[in-house]
Design a protein around this ligand. Structure first.
Ligand SMILES: Nc1ncnc2c1ncn2[C@@H]1O[C@H](COP(=O)(O)OP(=O)(O)O)[C@@H](O)[C@H]1O
Ligand SMILES: [Mg+2]
Length: 306
């Protein structure tokens, strides 16, 4: 199996604080690799190390066969990277921004025009070539930043929360472009808080407080990450009742989703007890990815405290 990214006990400390703790991950070519976790869990720090921007404190890793510690320059030249705070030249047009990045990556002049056209078509910016970047809406800006990040046709693309702060329609469009890139063999590592995007990843790594706590396909995570029995109940105004439910001995945790409450029980045999205690019907459900992440994050916090 060909891995485009490998890490071995990759660790980054800031002073005495460990932001990324002995991370071991492998990413296959052409995979959309979702990297999830609460704010401050170490996602951006990991991506910055993988992009050759930030030196690891200990451990090692390779990207496209280049060593993180020895060849960060080679890595920077060969990857695409779009951070949450991507930078465009606001006073340049769409075309001029792409042309600038084409120059930065030393794309031969005779190929540039063709390459820029390709990016404009791929990022659905046709007709906007002469618009100033400053005048583009959020979604279009993000797609232009993506075009700039992939104009060198990198084999791997790192996207750090690329779709935060844009409309749902723009997010879906953006993710479609990611999927088509992956379909052509580009490997994509992407961080996101959106479950619909996480669902579309081939693999999801979940990190909490710098530590990898789950790593599998979305389907497998839903099947195996939660041990116990997940049920759903309709309880309008549930926030008040949830503490009572969580106090029941066989209820591990509850979460509120509008008027629905999801409760994780030790086992499904407790459903009748729960129904009696709550006064409503409870039916077993397959956990959603969101349920999985809520459970994983809580589980980890509890282990850290002990
Ligand atoms: N340059 C830095 N100096 C000190 N602490 C940092 C630095 N960069 C990140 N951190 C800390 O490391 C932790 C992980 O941050 P980050 O990787 O940005 O998390 P995420 O991207 O998952 O939100 C946070 O507690 C953050 O405050
Ligand atoms: Mg971040």
């Amino acid at each position: 199996m060909e891995y485009v990214v490998t890490t071995s006990d990759l660790t980054r400390k800031f002073g005495s604080f460990t932001a990324v703790n002995s991370l071991n991950i492998n990413i296959r070519q052409g995979e959309i690799y979702g990297f999830l976790g609460p704010n401050g869990s170490g996602k951006s720090t990991t991506i910055r190390m993988l992009c050759g921007i930030l030196e690891p404190t200990s451990g090692s890793g390779t990207v496209l066969g280049y060593d993180l510690a020895r060849d960060p320059e080679k890595i920077k030249q060969n990857i695409g990277y779009m951070s949450q705070k991507f930078s465009l030249y606001e006073d340049l047009t769409v075309y001029e921004n792409l042309n600038f990045y084409a120059g930065l990556y030393s794309i031969p002049r005779r190929e540039r025009d063709q390459r820029i056209k390709e990016m404009i078509s791929m990022t659905l910016l046709s007709g906007k070539e002469n618009d100033l970047a400053a005048n583009l809406g959020g979604g279009l800006k993000q797609r232009l930043a993506l075009g700039c990040a992939i104009i060198s046709r990198p084999a791997i693309l790192f996207l750090d929360e690329p779709t935060s702060g844009v409309s749902p329609t723009s997010r879906r469009l953006f993710f479609k472009i990611i999927q088509s890139l992956a379909g052509r063999g580009t490997t994509v590592m992407v961080t996101t808080h959106f479950m619909d995007e996480a669902e579309r990843c081939h693999n999801i790594a979940f990190i909490s407080e710098g530590t990898l706590i789950a790593n599998d396909t979305p389907d497998n995570l839903k099947k195996t990450a939660i041990r116990g029995c997940m049920v759903e109940m309709e309880i309008p105004g549930a926030l008040n009742g949830i503490q009572y439910l969580e106090g029941l001995p066989y209820v591990r945790e509850c979460s509120v989703h509008g008027s629905m409450v999801h409760a994780l029980l030790d086992a499904c045999e407790h459903i009748p007890d729960l129904e009696r205690a709550a006064g409503v019907r409870a039916s077993e459900i397959t956990p959603s990815l969101e349920d999985v992440f809520i459970a994983l994050a809580r589980l980890n916090r509890r282990q850290v405290k002990q």
